[in-house]
Design a protein. Structure first.
Length: 410
């Protein structure tokens, strides 16, 4: 028989390795992969009791699966949440959290700086069902105050945001949201469960893309929704069971194994990201480098209040007029020899993206300008390579991009 975990509180690194592990009767060391869609019953009576809910037994992997359940238990323990449901992707998690809670006539207030597909759900999908989506500038508390002076059903926000690493004063916004009658859903992908605890800061529901740091090795897609037992069982679960955004047991198993090294990876990536932010801020080609734990970040004090680390992403703007900045950004990306041009993040491999022409192309120039995304903006997801090699690669690519003075002479 496998041991149960001690009842004393365990620290994150321990929970990441041990949390949720539920050994089968074979007493395997590593979490077992139950690659099965269905389950069999001893008898018709047991099937009846399972469907009636009087006996605990797996029924079907759209409802639950032992490998997926281990991931859910591990994530809940890490987050300090009562319950978790894993989903096929991060977007399935956001979609399920919103659509399970909302109905026609409801009002959603959201920060403008959202992951592209989250922005599409609030601006385009929800209105089709008669749900009003309203955006505010997440860093401006006065706008939240105004928007939440009338009743709302749900607040959705991302902090730090993608790609400009803007922060939302979560405790203040949560207080306003609750007064307006809204639940607060936080997309905590950029902070990871290790660097920020939204539930302790006033949020009701936390969503993740497990595709990012949790797998962290570019292999599988996954997502998770965490909240109170009551909300998860009564609001979220009927929606997920019947609409079917279930996570594959194989992907759950990959994410479980990824979690075992999450703290080691995130800590190393944060250290490198901080060093790279310092390096970039010294370069003449860089007009502005943003990193939440750099003193030059406009919300540095808030970042220190909400987070225990600055995260694994650094965003910077190359200087120049729009055309010059875009050309410089492309020269920079194309000159990188080590760092990949790719739109994922939180991966062990460092990667850059040019948001204006990729992830944030569809939102249009006006909305990009409002978010501070210029044609010279580069988002760098810092990986696990030696930081000195990364800085060498960045230095050479910045040389290729050219200084503002050299470009002005072009
Ligand atoms: C990647 C990401 C998502 C979506 O996750 P998928 O697993 O790609 O569906 C949502 N929010 C943020 C902040 C992300 O970075």
């Amino acid at each position: 028989m496998s041991k149960t975990l001690p009842t004393r509180p365990l620290r994150p690194a321990t929970l990441l390795v041990r949390g949720g592990t539920n050994r089968s009767n074979h007493d395997e060391t590593s979490e077992a992969l139950f690659l099965t869609s269905g389950f069999v019953y001893d008898s018709a009576e047991q099937a009846e009791a399972t469907f009636a809910g009087t006996q605990q037994h797996y029924q079907y992997s759209r409802f639950g699966n032992p490998t997926v359940a281990m991931l859910e238990a591990r994530l809940a323990a890490l987050e300090g949440a009562e319950a978790c449901r894993a989903t096929a992707t991060g977007m399935a998690a956001v979609h399920a959290a919103l659509l399970s809670h909302l109905k026609t006539g409801d009002r959603v207030v959201s920060s403008r700086a959202l992951f592209g597909s989250c922005h599409w759900i609030v601006s385009t999908l929800l209105p089709r069902y008669g749900i009003i989506g309203e955006f505010v500038d997440g860093a401006d508390l006065a706008q939240w105050e105004k928007a939440l002076s009338t009743p709302a059903a749900l607040v959705l926000l991302e902090t730090p945001s993608n790609p400009m690493l803007e922060l939302v004063d979560l405790p203040a916004v949560a207080a306003l949201a609750h007064k307006a009658g809204a639940i607060v859903v936080v997309d905590n992908v950029f902070a990871t469960p290790l660097l920020q605890k939204p539930l302790q800061l006033g949020a009701d529901v936390v969503v993740y893309s497990c595709t990012k740091h949790m797998d962290g090795q570019g292999r599988v897609l996954g997502g998770a929704v965490l909240g109170s037992k009551k909300w998860v069982e009564e609001v979220l679960q009927p929606f997920t069971r019947n609409t079917g955004p279930a996570l594959s047991p194989f992907n759950a198993w990959v994410v479980l194994k990824g979690l075992e090294t999450l703290q080691l990876r995130v800590n190393a990536m944060c250290r490198s990201a901080a060093a790279i932010a310092d390096f970039l801020s010294e370069r003449v080609e860089v007009a502005r480098a943003l990193y939440p734990f750099s003193v030059s970040h406009p919300q540095h004090a808030l970042a220190k209040k909400l987070m225990t680390g600055g995260g694994t992403v650094v965003t910077f703007n190359l200087a120049g007029s729009p055309e010059a900045a875009k050309a410089a950004a492309f020269r920079f990306c194309n000159a990188l020899q080590l760092i990949d041009v790719s739109n994922n993040l939180g991966d062990s491999k460092s990667m850059v993206t040019h948001p204006a022409t990729t992830t944030h192309m569809r939102i249009g120039a006006e909305e990009r300008a409002r978010l501070g995304i210029t044609d010279g903006t580069i988002r760098l997801s810092v990986g696990l390579e030696d930081v000195a090699d990364l800085i060498d690669d960045l230095a050479e690519a910045l040389d290729a991009a050219g200084s503002p003075a050299a470009r002005a002479a072009e």
